[in-house]
Write a protein that binds this ligand. Structure first.
Ligand SMILES: Nc1nc2c(ncn2[C@@H]2O[C@H](COP(=O)(O)OP(=O)(O)OP(=O)(O)O)[C@@H](O)[C@H]2O)c(=O)[nH]1
Ligand SMILES: [Mg+2]
Length: 264
């Protein structure tokens, strides 16, 4: 039998066929090159789509299950699933990793999200806007090996977005800046270049800036809860409390996010 390895070559999925289930989850040559193709049946690749106290939620080709904690993995990681001993499932080498110092410990590192292609650094055209914070997030993204894009939400709530865009653009001339209304159809169009099939994107930003609203806009649903911000200081209410990957519909341009990682 002649196998078609073209899917693993640089340049992405050939236009002549539909992406496979794994490709829709973000699988590609960076991961395929780490494995022995003959071992795939015994230890199928799965992607971590959520981390719970009780274990890791994983998805693969025809696989949707929760495995017990064990592998040191975070949302977005690829594992070779060891069905007999799931705790020993092997974590594939990452393309990129967002991490931070675990709160309160000083030393321990907390893994936030892995194998992200683009980070949308989100702030809004209101009192949340803070250049120093934008600089920190952008520096985080570059350190993690990920291209950042600054997204300014709530453009509909200001007369003139230019001062916000100019201040954000001054953070780095290597980082694109977009201002938009995160509700409705605008984000799917404006963010399409970074959300091609098989790409994984993440949203980083403070509570209330519209990360979940953007994720819903890309998914074309309202499946993620959102909540109004405090009127006096524009602060959010920490509505999203966990990080997850969501698959965009097959027909639409696909993400992070598969995939949108909602990283509060
Ligand atoms: N007018 C307007 N409202 C927006 C926009 N983006 C988000 N909102 C509103 O802002 C509020 C907060 O949005 P969320 O998407 O819940 O914010 P979040 O970043 O996910 O917040 P956390 O989950 O707390 O981290 C909601 O009421 C949204 O409807 C926008 O572009 N324009
Ligand atoms: Mg949210």
């Amino acid at each position: 039998m002649v196998r078609d390895y073209s899917v693993f070559l640089p340049g992405g999925t050939p236009a002549r066929r539909e992406p496979t289930a794994l490709e829709r989850l973000g699988w590609g040559s960076a991961f395929a090159s780490q494995i022995d193709a003959d071992a795939l049946t015994a230890r199928p690749p799965v992607r971590v789509v959520a981390v719970h106290r009780s274990g890791l939620q994983v998805a693969g080709d025809g696989i949707e299950e929760c495995i017990p904690p064990g592998p040191e993995a975070t949302v977005g990681d690829w594992l070779l699933l060891d069905r007999a001993r799931p705790r020993s499932s092997h974590v594939l080498e990452r393309k990129s990793l967002i991490k931070r110092r675990a709160p309160g410990t000083g030393r321990e590192v907390q893994l936030i999200a892995a194998n992200i292609d683009t980070v949308f650094v989100v702030t809004s055209c209101n009192a949340d806007f803070n250049v120093a914070r934008l600089e920190r997030y952008v520096a985080h993204a570059f350190e993690a090996g990920i291209e950042p894009v600054i997204v300014l939400t709530k453009a509909d709530l200001t007369e003139d977005t230019a001062p916000y865009v100019d201040a954000a653009q001054a953070v780095s001339d290597r980082v694109p800046v977009l201002a938009l209304d995160a509700r409705g159809a605008e984000p799917a169009k404006a963010l399409a270049d970074w959300c091609k099939p098989g790409r994984t994107v993440a949203f980083l930003g403070s509570s209330g800036v519209g990360k979940s609203t953007l994720t819903n806009a890309l998914l074309g649903t309202q499946e993620i809860a959102t909540q109004g911000i405090r009127e006096d200081d524009a602060r959010g209410r920490h509505t999203t409390t966990r990080r997850e990957l969501h698959a965009t519909p097959v027909a639409a341009s696909s993400s992070t996010r598969r995939a949108c990682a909602n990283c509060s």
